[in-house]
Write a protein that binds this ligand. Structure first.
Ligand SMILES: [Mn+2]
Length: 334
C-alpha cells in the first residue's frame, strides 16, 4: 500500500511507533530517522528510534539525538528491544533488507508482528511490508521522508527540518551528485523555510574532525594507485595504518570520494583492513555510466547504488589489493 494510506491510518488515533535504520548509520540514516521521529511526535504519536550501533561523533549532534526516545541497540539492547516490542508499527528507513540492521537486531526487524513501513532508495527491497515507498531515483531517504510529510499535510518543526536537511546534504555530497532533482531542491527550500540552517549543519559535520582523521586521510591518499589508464583509482589503509594514526570510528567516512576529484577518474575504490573482523572492508564510488553496484555484487559480496556501493573481502589485504587492481582495471577499461 502507498504511504497516503499510512497517513490515513495514522490520523485515526495516536500510535506507538518505532523507527529503525541500518548498521553504521550515516547522515541520511540518522537524519531521516530523527526527522521522521520529530514530525510524528509533533503529530501526537509515541515514537522511539532504534539505531543498531552508534553513529560518528558529528552525527550525535543532530537535534534530538541525546533524547530518551533514541536507543542504540549495541549499547543498550534491552531498552531498544523493549521499544520494538511495545510498538504497533515499525519503520525501516534507508535500508532494503533486514540483514542491513546487523545480526543482533535483525530478528527483531524480520519478525516484527505489527504493521511495517519501508521508506528507502536502495535497489531490490525485501517484500513483506504493509506500506512501501521505494524509489531508487530519490537523492536520499530524507527527501522521501519529506515527501511523506508534505503529502501528510502536517507542520515541520526546526528540529525535523534540521535533521532532514542533514540527510539531504550528506547523501547528495552537498547537492552535487546526479541524484539531485528539482524535487530535492524544492524539499531543501521548504526545509530552510522551516528553520534548517545548511551552513550550521556543514560546520557541525565537516569542520569537526579529529586530528587522527586528517593523519589517516594523508596516509590513505599517499597510497593512491591509478589503474586503467587513469580511469580507476585505488587507495587503502592497513590495520597497522589505523593503529599508527589513532583511528576512531567514522574517521574514514567520505574518504573514497577523494580520488574522484582527479581529472579523468571515473571509479574510485577504498580498501580498509579490519583486523578484528578478519576482513577487508571496501567502498566504491563512480561517475558517468560506471556501475559500482553491479561491480560490488559480482566481485565483492556487496552492492548499493550505481554510483556508490560497498563490499568486503575475506582474503588478506595484499591478496585483496591484487584482485582489486585486476577487477578495477577491467571495469575501468570498459
Ligand atoms: Mn541514504
Amino acid at each position: 500500500m502507498p504511504l497516503s494510506d499510512l497517513s490515513q491510518r495514522l490520523s485515526t488515533k495516536s500510535h506507538r511507533l518505532v523507527i529503525t535504520t541500518h548498521w553504521n548509520p550515516d547522515g541520511d540514516a540518522v537524519g531521516s530517522s530523527l526527522g521522521l521521529a520529530h514530525y510524528l511526535r509533533g503529530q501526537g504519536h509515541s515514537v522511539q528510534v532504534v539505531l543498531p550501533n552508534a553513529p560518528s561523533a558529528p552525527l550525535k549532534k543532530t537535534p534530538g539525538y541525546g533524547s530518551a526516545f533514541v536507543h542504540v541497540h549495541g549499547d543498550h539492547p534491552e531498552a531498544a528491544e523493549q521499544a520494538i516490542r511495545e510498538a504497533e508499527g515499525l519503520f525501516s528507513l534507508d535500508y532494503n533488507t533486514a540483514s542491513r540492521v546487523g545480526e543482533a537486531l535483525m530478528p527483531w526487524v524480520r519478525d516484527f508482528p505489527g504493521f511495517r513501513v519501508l521508506v528507502d532508495h536502495h535497489q531490490e527491497p525485501d517484500g513483506g511490508y504493509d506500506y512501501v515507498y521505494s524509489q531508487t531515483s530519490k537523492s536520499s531517504t530524507a527527501e522521501m521522508v519529506y515527501d511523506f510529510m508534505a503529502q501528510d499535510g502536517g507542520t515541520l518543526d526546526a528540529s525535523a527540518a534540521d535533521a532532514l536537511m542533514m540527510g539531504l546534504i550528506t547523501d547528495t555530497g552537498s547537492f552535487r551528485f546526479p541524484s539531485v532533482s528539482p524535487a530535492t531542491l524544492a524539499a531543501a527550500s521548504a526545509l530552510v523555510e522551516s528553520g534548517a540552517e545548511p551552513h550550521a549543519i556543514h560546520e557541525r559535520l565537516f569542520d569537526a574532525h579529529s586530528p587522527s582523521r586528517l593523519r589517516l586521510w594523508g596516509r590513505a591518499l599517499s597510497s593512491l594507485e591509478l589503474l586503467a589508464g587513469g580511469r580507476a583509482a585505488l587507495v587503502h589503509l592497513s590495520a597497522r595504518d589505523l593503529v599508527d594514526c589513532g583511528y576512531e570510528a567514522g574517521d574514514t567516512e567520505g574518504l573514497v570520494n577523494q580520488a574522484l576529484s582527479i581529472s579523468g577518474v571515473l571509479v574510485s575504490a577504498f580498501a580498509r583492513e579490519d583486523g578484528a573482523a578478519g576482513m577487508v572492508k571496501l567502498s566504491f564510488r563512480s561517475k558517468a555510466d560506471v556501475d559500482v553496484n553491479a561491480f560490488a555484487r559480482a566481485h565483492w559480496q556487496g552492492g548499493g547504488h550505481i554510483h556508490a556501493a560497498g563490499g568486503k573481502s575475506d582474503a588478506s589485504l595484499p591478496d585483496t589489493l591484487a584482485r582489486l587492481r585486476q577487477t578495477l582495471s577491467e571495469l575501468g577499461a570498459k
